[in-house]
Design a binder for this molecule. Structure first.
Ligand code: NAD
Length: 494
């Protein structure tokens, strides 16, 4: 059942600068991952286009009242923006689905409402984080005054483009900044519509701008621009490191990094319902075909329950039906690109060369509408140094390691580089808390896996999975800098 015709989805192949769509010569092709066809061309902003966008944002930040208006008025604008997004839910879901791996049903049920509700969440902080009064001597008044940075540069990955705008742009705007966003060159279109809706909601022209292009040209020019006072990035660890280095040398300036992961799902043999856990573990690695930063890609399971759990997971893997994002019956979306699928095949091959065995999957589905559809894959017999355990695969590939004691389980759950998220499944609250303390990860889920709409809980990684947080109060604070004020009023008594 085809929910929409991909060829009917018109996109704006353009930048968004100074409150309007700015068409430019298309130099890149954007493919539909579902069928591998070119959907549209995309401009590539060079340093001068990036400069125009940043200058525009800087002028808007200085000369409109966005940063100075009553914070509750900024909040009202963000809420209006959220309402407009929801009102256009169906269209936005199709725009999101056509060139990404997001099934349109999921985009409509999750991504669009999450985007809107995330903006509402950030709007609520607009007038809550003004700073503090410092404990100084009695005849002095010390203030710590929260102020926006000015122009924030944001660079986002190809997965979840709408939600990423909500997290990055929502937090920055609530704090009173202007933003120049570079979305991924693979999923660049849906955010242009968001920017148009922002203007309709009352965000002043120039406060939210978008430059299209790749990382090497456009992303790099944005990172280096001297009027960008803060960078916020979500993407791979390798790119995050390059951006951090560039920020350090050109300024320096603060940078928030949300990076890759290799997150464990730790299952103890006291779980009351193995089948329920099998469902959670399977979903955590097959949702969006495993192309989720917090995908639970390493199963660490206590021996007593291992066989039953693995059977339950394999059964669920086998029931998934690959198909295009516009196919209402499909339950496993495509891999974002043929290159990424080839990279995954290479890791699986290297994993087998290093001694791993495949319980199921390991290759691409045959036939289909033209994209790359990866079989949900279970890899057993791995050690900590196996490539499938070490490297972020970003696909529906789950490694399995078994353990006997709690201590062994926690040791296996640790990763040499990453610390984005972790799941723990146990009926023993003491064990759950020991695991929570013992796991070196930015997020720990207990008896569940995955984010909820509790936006107040921040997200962000330990180790090479990132620096700083998206979501939560912490995300708004990261978009503020603090001015120290000390006033001596002793003299006025004399
Ligand atoms: P990527 O690092 O390849 O690209 C991310 C963005 O950076 C893109 O917009 C790209 O054009 C840009 N870029 C690339 N090189 C650049 C450079 N030198 N300078 C400036 N910009 C540059 O990542 P991706 O493949 O788009 O996304 C997948 C990765 O993102 C995975 O590693 C995933 O774990 C991570 N991710 C993390 C989170 C999180 O919250 N921690 C969320 C989603 C995705």
């Amino acid at each position: 059942m085809q929910i929409f015709d991909p060829r009917s989805i018109a996109v704006q192949s353009a930048h968004f600068i100074g409150g309007r769509v700015v068409p430019d010569t298309a130099l890149l092709n954007v493919l539909r991952p579902s069928d591998g066809q070119v959907h549209a061309g995309l401009p590539l902003a060079d340093a001068s286009t990036v400069d125009a966008a940043v200058q525009n944002a800087w002028q808007a930040w200085r000369h409109t009242d966005w940063a100075r208006r009553a914070p509750r008025e900024r909040a009202r604008v963000l809420r209006r923006w959220a309402d407009l997004i929801e009102a256009e839910g169906e269209r936005l879901a199709q725009l999101e689905a056509v060139c990404s791996t997001r099934p349109v049903r999921d985009a409509a049920a999750w991504d669009v409402p999450f985007t809107a509700e995330g903006l509402r969440f950030f709007s609520e902080y607009a007038d809550k984080l003004g700073g503090e009064v410092a404990a100084t001597r009695h005849d002095h008044l010390g203030l710590v005054v929260a102020e926006p940075y000015g122009v924030v540069g944001a660079i986002t990955p190809w997965n979840f483009p709408l939600v990423m705008v909500s997290w990055k742009v929502g937090a920055a705007l609530a704090a009173g900044n202007a933003v120049v966003l570079k979305p991924s060159e693979m999923t660049p279109f849906s955010v242009i519509r968001l920017a148009e809706l922002a203007i309709e909601a009352g965000v002043p022209a120039g406060i939210f701008n978008i430059v299209q292009g790749d990382g090497r040209t456009t992303g790099d020019a944005l990172t280096r621009h001297p009027l960008i006072s803060k960078m916020t990035f979500t993407g791979s660890t390798r790119t995050g490191a390059a951006i951090m280095a560039s920020c350090a040398l050109q300024g320096p300036k603060p940078v928030t990094l949300e990076l890759g992961g290799k997150s464990p799902q730790l299952v103890f043999d006291d779980v009351p319902d193995v089948d329920r856990v099998a469902g959670i573990v399977a979903r955590a690695i097959t949702g969006n075909a495993g192309q989720v930063c917090v995908a639970g890609s390493r199963l660490i399971v206590q021996r007593g329950v291992a066989e039953a759990l693995i059977d339950g997971i394999a059964q669920r893997f086998g029931a998934l039906k690959p198909g295009a994002t516009w196919d209402g019956q499909a339950t496993l979306p495509p891999i974002i690109s043929a290159q990424q699928a080839a990279r995954m095949l290479d890791i699986v091959e290297r994993a087998r060369d290093a001694g791993a065995q495949l319980r199921c999957g390991g290759g691409l589905f045959d036939g289909g509408p033209g994209g790359a559809y990866f079989q949900p894959t279970l890899i057993e017999g791995v050690t900590a140094d196996n490539p499938a355990v070490q490297e972020e695969i970003f696909g529906p590939v789950l490694t399995v390691q078994t353990f006997d004691t709690e201590e062994e389980g926690l040791a296996l759950a640790a990763h040499e580089h990453y610390g984005l998220a972790a799941g723990v499944h146990t009926a023993d609250i003491g064990r759950a808390m020991r695991a929570m303390r013992g796991l070196s990860a930015g997020t720990v889920w207990i008896n569940r896996y995955g984010r909820s709409d509790d936006f107040v809980i921040p997200t962000g990684g330990y180790h090479q999975s990132g620096i700083g947080k998206d979501l939560g109060r912490q995300a708004v604070e990261a978009n503020l800098r603090f001015k120290s004020v000390l006033m001596d009023f002793a003299a006025t008594h004399q």
